[in-house]
Design a protein around this ligand. Sequence first.
Ligand code: ARG
Length: 406
Amino acid sequence: MADKVVLAYSGGLDTSAAIRWLKERYGFDVITVTVDVGGVRDLPAIRDKALKVGATKALVKDARKEFVEHFVFPALQADAIYEGQYPLATALARPLMARLLVEVAQEEEASAVAHGCTGKGNDQVRFEVSIHSLAPDLKVVAPAREWGMTREQTIGYAQRHGIPVPVTVASPYSVDENLWGRSIECGVLEDPWAEPPEDAFAWTKSPSEAPDKPEYVEIDFDRGIPVALDGREMDGVSLLQRLNEMAGGHGVGRIDHVENRLVGIKSREIYEAPAATVLLRAHQAMEAMTLSRDQLRFKQKVAMEYADLIYNGLWFTPLRRDMAAYVQSSQRFVTGTVRVKLLKGNCVVAGRKSPFSLYSHGLATYAQGDQFDQSASPGFIHIWGLPVRTQAQIQPGEAEGGSKSK
Ligand code: ARG
């Protein structure tokens, strides 16, 4: 009996060619796993294609709920955004896919797993580090990294072996998508000076063509998790779908990022992430109301570390687990409602309220009912400014760059 390999299968050109190549090159029986994390794809057709191309078994896993609840929402609670721009859609899906690959490999007693990543990107790192964290002895094969074929040669290989070449190959772009966002690379986008053409976008209306009338949406958070839109409770998957459509219709969520890949390359990436953009902004607005200044400051540092860790393929690590525990704990009072305005590519927080709000009108107001004891301020300033005054007396002129000192 031939050894089995479990291949992460998207239905695209590379992973289809890989089915054939894994049989030819290593004599494997190939079992494909297609993971549904909310990309818009025809799953039954992908399954049929895998079998037609030569897989011995083709599995499809609906992992949308798990993706949203165990990967996306924890990242949202953390406010994890890579380099201040990228909400990490692809980076969050890879560890989940890796885990499903490992599970199937164990069930099927396969000796290896395979993925279609090239040797230049982050995804190979995320897959392999995750797989080895979960199953240190499992072999990993990366056909597209090994075979050394150009895109044209891969098309030729596919044609010679009767593998249908998808029409999307005609598209100049390389796309990956799930419920948290869509990434677009290649073609003219590789010129960082070139503005992305409209045909790069699929989820967002051009802001200039979006409606002139603003649309408001109210998001309810329960301990940092969005649970309702405009008062209607929804499961996470439906909520993201709805918000992607709604905000995308207003041109919200386009991101143009020259990002630093883990492998040392700078790459120009275009993203569409309407729901992620709205939710991250709304979540931060909720936290601004319900966390203290010091909690917020500390959490921002964690957010950056957490985002780097996700981006760099370290999801299945004890450090991630520790950070997740902190983030979870930080959300105890992040409950309430944020009102967001969508208008021509912009998403602006228009209002927020929470039963645990630390905002005190009595303290903040300049009108009637002021509860702030202004007579206490001089004493506060006296102590706060003490070291500054002392230094100014002993080292005069220092504060202005020494221009006035003798
Ligand atoms: N640059 C993004 C990341 O590293 C998107 C990667 C998209 N992956 C892909 N295979 N098209 O997360």
